[in-house]
Design a binder for this molecule. Sequence first.
Ligand code: PLP
Length: 418
Amino acid sequence: MINPHYGNIPPSYLFSEVATRVRTFQDANPDQRILRLGIGDVTRPLAPAVVEALQDAVQEQASDATFRGYGPEQGYAFLRDAIIAGEYAPIGTAITAEEVFVGDGSKTDTAGVQELFDADARVAVSDPVYPVYVDSNALAGRLGEFVGGKWSRLTYLDCIESNGYRPSLPEAPVDLVYLCSPNNPTGTSLSRSDLEQWVTWARENDAVILFDAAYRAFITDDSAPRSIYEIEGAEEVAIEFGSFSKTAGFTGLRCSWTVVPKALRREGASLHAMWSRRHATKFNGTPYIVQRAAEAIYSPEGREQVQADIDYYMRNAGLIREALNASGVAAVGGRNAPYVWFRCPGGLDSWEFFDRLLAEIQVVGTPGVGFGPAGADHFRLSAFGSHEDTLEAVARLTTLIPALGRTDSSPVLVRSES
Ligand code: PLP
């Protein structure tokens, strides 16, 4: 009677385990100041232009003449048009407002998109990656058995030092591939030629690319595409996800978009029509006031204010990356994404390194194993903290790392107990 796949999926314990270990340490050491570079959430408040738009929209809801109830499931035209004008027209893509579906966060849609595909569809993901892609397919029963830390029917595209932390084209046949660029957790982004290869591969193999661009606003390198639709022919092979969460501090407000091009068809079916039907069946729209708030990030003041917050985080990212590199750790990311990623020094695995950082310098990061098996000996530091905490954390890291030895050396210290 019940879905058996819920019983097969391993528990998602990463962040609760992090919280438990931090709490235990703090209880035992109440005077120590812990610096948190593990968070995947923003910390800066909403931009003033966003707050003003929210307040105005709330006022509209307070009067007969301007009250709004249910809105269009696909999103209000004002926001769909603003997304096109703000995100897609400037980079020369031909995506239209009708192909944009406003949602309440990319998690919802990156988890839901797999419903458009057959129960037997073969899936590939970058590894390590945002875990929602894998878990949503596992719950749908598409991934086989979970054995030895891996799903038997999932193709893992390892993103490791030797390939510059970028996924290589699958060797086995695959129908769906999830790509995230800039990627969480590695902070690396795919170049134009990488994406050209992917689009060509998808066209030749009749595959569909599910392209998560939640961190597109953090790209500073102009040669990295912000959208897969910058690549010719991508509208026939790709669905793209964008989010206001990290771009503009909407992790609490909740607003996102999904692009399903009308040109994307498989086996005679329009994926746009299918997604439209699914969206209308399962979703009743993002709140009007939130859509007005999202629209405000595209006003001249909104743009400036949101960019200032992104610059703030990216300054932190640069500091973290440079400090690690200066300590002899080959860190990646931090240029086009608010995450820095590196192999744990001293041959430690990611939980061992977590414990050492917490115990010895009171810095909290995220163990890479939580993002997939290829992350087992890697670590993520996030730039979403305050500038002051980041500076302090970086100073502490630069004292600890040399003591642990370089990444390519064998362990130099006795490992902690946990
Ligand atoms: N995609 C990636 C790669 C993420 O890291 C996240 C959140 O951390 C999301 C999507 C989901 O974001 P939201 O649901 O807040 O839009």
